[in-house]
Design a protein around this ligand. Sequence first.
Ligand SMILES: Nc1ncnc2c1ncn2[C@@H]1O[C@H](COP(=O)(O)OP(=O)(O)O)[C@@H](O)[C@H]1O
Ligand SMILES: [Mg+2]
Length: 261
Amino acid sequence: MHVLAIANQKGGVGKTTLAALVAFYFAQKRKCRVLAVDLDSQANLSTTLREFRVEVPASALFGDAPLSLPAVRPAIALLHGAPALADLELGLAAAHRRRVRTFVAQLASLREAFDVCVIDSPPTAGLRMVGALAAADFVVVPIELERYSRDGVKAMLQMVFGVRAEYNPRVKLLGLLPSRVMSGQPRQRAALADVFAHYGDYLVPGQVAISTRSAIPRALEEGIPVWQLPRAVAHEASAEVLRALEALAAAMQPTTEETAS
Ligand SMILES: Nc1ncnc2c1ncn2[C@@H]1O[C@H](COP(=O)(O)OP(=O)(O)O)[C@@H](O)[C@H]1O
Ligand SMILES: [Mg+2]
């Protein structure tokens, strides 16, 4: 199982949208068995993927009881979010470390049952984000150009490097993914070109981005990915989204070290 964490401590940058698209992409286009984990107490991913919900909440991954997933599962198995997830952030540092390690172990117990796991994380630099990064093989950081600030992104990258040092040397940063780009606006197009030119090393390889397009949330509201909408209304949006997802999938290759072992 390849675990992909989607993280950014900022809200509204497109994390949940990307998480849903990633889940649909691997299930439909790659025929993978997909586990989707919603760590946000707002549970927006759980609304989008409602059709795939199994009766195990994401919070169970932080508990000690063995997980029991149904034997017959939909193409995507959603471990849903709930308001109580926010309570995990309470407590002392030692309890946090224990919860992070429990989360990593519980997710590892599902390694054989799924091909891909996508984790949507909350917009807070807390225990759940640390848990997502600690359990992840790969991490992608959606960013918005308008609010693109070196400081915010730097803090996020520092978090990845911190978790790599403390919990998970394996985690690979796939990169930043410009999202909700208003490609109709010259200023945003220029900003995107600038980011491609100057931050290439930190980006998802392939100069991919996801523009703001109404078809994307409209489809997700219906519980389907944008490429399932009629071609006439969603052709461009689908092409761009699929290009970004293919770039992500291509970058999700194990390091040579792992291949050798
Ligand atoms: N590419 C996009 N085009 C149009 N709307 C988008 C796009 N990505 C996200 N949105 C919308 O922007 C809002 C925030 O996106 P969301 O994925 O929930 O961000 P986050 O999970 O980072 O808070 C949502 O209302 C979502 O529907
Ligand atoms: Mg979200």
